[in-house]
Design a protein around this ligand. Structure first.
Ligand code: NAD
Length: 496
């Protein structure tokens, strides 16, 4: 008999609700290939209910009368609750997207700090008094919330990417409708229970699950949504921006990347190999900041590739819920097909596959959507495997001779999310930090992030920033107030 699947409901205005369509969809564990939960297929009607609830909450006396300090208290309580439930939520995310338990646990244990960080800002968001050339005028600005924020989330780090939107949005006084990815929606519906337990009023945060083309699109075009905070693929991001433009909603777009990771001849090679591994094989390569183009100076190229491949061969693939596993499956079947298709493209383009490029043969891994860590050498920067985001454990190694040449190649791509640089030469560090067209540059490290430091892409990797005070600008609008403090106002049509 088929196993009974846990059935979830939408969370709208503090209530559990079925989708108006009455339809559900399955979410699949990518390690077993089996469905493990059922989610409501939300659509336009559900999104409309959720947005209206969020707008009502935004305009309510209860929400408006909260001080920044009180919102900060709520955020701190939410952070505490996430800390208490971190292991359970990490297990849910690992079951849903196959990311190894070590990494989801690390992420979930870090997420409370996001709420604590923005709780600290909640009572420090303010305007300023501005001197003008009019002596009797008092001019000041008010930094105010926008209203309803639509947060659209991808599948690779669901609660982390939700939190870096939700915490600043709430700290600034907005209310939120979350549309999680259809691949990984369960953690959002478990998490929303903590939001309520923390004491946020009904409607302040709502979750509508469903597919992007329906639920996601309905959120982006809803007239009452004042801002869309989107993380996902580049092409979807463009659709989101176009739809939001129709009613001039603000957008922040955190999109894909094809980040260069550059190793010079004077680098500490062992550290750089670890950095390259973290850049492309961590999270099975399913990170926006993957260092998927590895530029190696010709003098260290062969030695480096040897070390990289030797280490790649020892990566332990397996059950992502097991602590010993180093690389899990890809998050869903089509994603594995996409990765394998790119392996074929790379071969056809003339790149040399030196390791991986296929699913493992271990019978225990047969049902999961695994692909071995994959290394291509002799890649040229114009090839598709060097220009397009694969979002899997595939690294394209490109040889270079001079600094000028590598800068030119590193920047010759439509993306600009991040870049890595491995060298001991301090002058070169600062030259390249300026030259590289990327929103983040890492020097002798890779994949390092903090809630206090702004993150976001250049070029087609996105618009706007997340994290740091910068993100609070994205969730607020500025009002300029003019007050006449002097005598009576004269008739404007009487010449003096
Ligand atoms: P995706 O673009 O397919 O989906 C992202 C979200 O958008 C999902 O919730 C989906 O349902 C929704 N969506 C799909 N079509 C939509 C539409 N027409 N209107 C509104 N919403 C729609 O991305 P994905 O495959 O889930 O995630 C992988 C992508 O995310 C990669 O490109 C990766 O680089 C990017 N990403 C970027 C960052 C960053 O911070 N820059 C972080 C993580 C992932």
């Amino acid at each position: 008999m088929a196993k009974e699947l846990k059935r979830y409901k939408l969370s709208i205005n503090g209530r559990w609700e079925e989708a108006a369509s009455g339809k559900c969809f399955e979410t699949v564990n990518p390690y077993t290939g089996e469905a493990w939960a059922l989610l409501p297929e939300g659509g336009e009607e559900d999104v409309d209910r959720a947005v209206r609830a969020a707008r009502e909450a935004f305009e309510s006396k209860e929400w408006k009368s909260l001080t920044g300090g009180q919102r900060g208290q709520l955020l701190r309580r939410l952070g505490d609750l996430i800390a208490q439930h971190a292991e359970r939520l990490a297990r849910i995310e690992t079951t849903d997207n196959g990311k190894i338990i070590r990494e989801t646990t690390f992420q979930l244990k870090a997420i409370p700090d996001c709420y604590y960080y923005f709780a600290g800002w909640a009572d420090k968001i303010h305007g300023e008094v501005i001197p003008t050339d009019k002596p009797t005028i008092l001019n000041y600005t008010l930094r105010e919330p926008i209203g309803v924020v639509g947060a659209i989330i991808p599948w690779n780090s669901p609660l982390y990417l939700t939190s870096i939107k939700l915490a600043p949005a709430l700290a600034a006084g907005n209310t939120v409708v979350i549309k999680p990815s259809e691949i990984t929606s369960v953690s959002a519906l478990e998490f929303i229970q903590l939001v309520e337990e923390a004491g946020f009023p009904p409607g302040a945060v709502n979750v509508v699950t469903g597919f992007g083309e329906k639920a996601g699109a309905a959120l982006t075009k809803h007239q009452l949504v004042g801002k869309i905070a989107f993380t996902g693929g580049c092409e979807t991001g463009k659709l989101v921006a176009k739809s939001a433009a129709d009613h001039l909603a603000r957008v922040t777009l955190e999109l894909g990347g094809k980040s260069p990771n550059i190793v010079f001849e004077d680098a500490d090679l062992d550290s750089a190999v670890n950095g390259a591994m973290a850049g492309i094989f961590a999270a099975t390569g399913q990170t926006c900041i993957a260092g998927s183009r590895l530029f190696l100076h010709e003098s260290i190229h062969d030695r480096f590739v040897e070390k990289l491949v030797a280490r790649a061969k020892t990566i332990k693939m397996g059950d992502p819920t097991s602590w010993g596993t180093e690389m899990g499956p890809l998050a869903f079947k089509d994603q594995r097909e996409k990765v394998l298709t790119y392996v074929e493209i790379g071969k056809e383009e003339g790149a040399k596959l030196v390791y991986g490029g296929e699913p493992p043969t271990d019978p225990e891994l047969k049902k999961g959507y695994f692909v071995k860590p994959t290394v291509f050498v002799d890649v040229e920067n114009h090839m598709r495997i060097a220009q397009e985001e694969i979002f899997g454990p595939v690294v394209s190694v490109i040889r270079f001779r001079t600094e000028e040449e590598v800068i030119q190649m590193a920047n010759d791509v439509r993306y600009g999310l991040a870049a890595g640089l491995w060298t001991q030469d301090v002058k070169r560090v600062h030259r390249l930090a300026k030259e590289l067209q990327a929103g983040t540059v890492w020097v002798n490290t890779y994949r390092t992030l903090a809630f206090s430091s702004p993150f976001g892409g250049y070029k087609e990797s996105g618009i706007g920033k997340e994290n740091g005070f910068e993100v609070l600008r994205e969730y607020t609008q500025l009002k300029s107030v003019w007050v006449e403090t002097g005598g009576p106002i004269g008739d404007p049509f009487v010449m003096r």
